[in-house]
Design a protein around this ligand. Structure first.
Ligand SMILES: C[S@@+](CC[C@H](N)C(=O)[O-])C[C@H]1O[C@@H](n2cnc3c(N)ncnc32)[C@H](O)[C@@H]1O
Length: 216
């Protein structure tokens, strides 16, 4: 099967929500940085020169990368591309932008040392396939570094239940009830090291989060 091209991806065909999401990400960029910047700084501290990032959106993570980083950005929503390019120029990042999907990256097997995913495994249509594909492109010893929101029990679980449908529509497929920890743990990595935390943001359904690394 050939990899999907830009015109085949459903995200590219929604002119309203694609733009809306791009605008939303830019609007909350500073707020997200204040909430989670410290955690991301620590997580991304020793990234190699080449980084593959799936779903980078408008470039929220670029401020944590060293200037001169070669970033292979797998971003199917074309409305993210212009702000992402601008962020790369501002941060001195060498950007290779690809309108591919995380489920089918046109990258050779065992060819990269680090893949980054932040708030993406909630949105990709097939998270199991995406993590399988990430593992495929990583070299033995290569790492997936992730920050993801996850399904919860208790009061957050009830909030997620109520918010699930409108959230899914507004944020182009984002599912606040995904068990992303299970998806990562079941993917066959040699080790998985993660922490659970409460983001304490105004966006209640995505407050239960995990961050960590999965090593091939
Ligand atoms: C909630 S946004 C997160 C953006 C950014 N990573 C951040 O932390 O702000 C989800 C991103 O995943 C992208 N995305 C959706 N489906 C995807 C897929 N199949 N493969 C790769 N990225 C995808 C969206 O276009 C969007 O940029």
């Amino acid at each position: 099967m050939s990899p999907p091209n830009a015109s085949e991806n459903h995200l590219l065909s929604n002119p309203i929500r694609g733009r809306l999401n791009s605008a939303t990400l830019r609007t909350i960029d500073g707020y997200a940085h204040r909430l989670i910047g410290g955690r991301k700084h620590a997580l991304f501290a020793d990234l190699p020169k080449q980084v593959v990032e799936i779903g980078p959106g408008t470039g929220a993570n670029l401020r944590y990368y060293r200037p001169g980083t070669w970033l292979v950005a797998i971003e199917p929503n074309l409305h993210m591309h212009r702000p992402l390019r601008a962020a790369a120029r501002r941060r001195g990042i060498d950007l290779e932008l690809r309108a591919e999907t995380a489920e089918q990256m046109v990258l050779p097997e065992a060819s990269v040392d680090a893949v980054v995913s932040t708030l993406v495994l909630c949105t990709v249509p097939d998270p199991v396939a995406a993590v399988r594909e990430i593992r495929r492109v990583l070299r033995p010893g290569g790492r997936l570094l992730f920050v993801e929101h996850v399904r919860a029990d208790g009061s957050y679980g009830r909030v997620q239940q109520l918010a699930a449908r409108p959230w899914h529509w507004f944020f182009e497929g984002c599912d606040v009830r995904r068990d992303t920890e299970r998806t990562i743990r079941d993917a066959g990595f040699a080790s998985v090291d993660l922490q659970h935390y409460d983001l304490r943001s105004a966006f209640l359904p995505i407050n239960p989060q995990i961050a960590g690394t999965a090593t091939r």
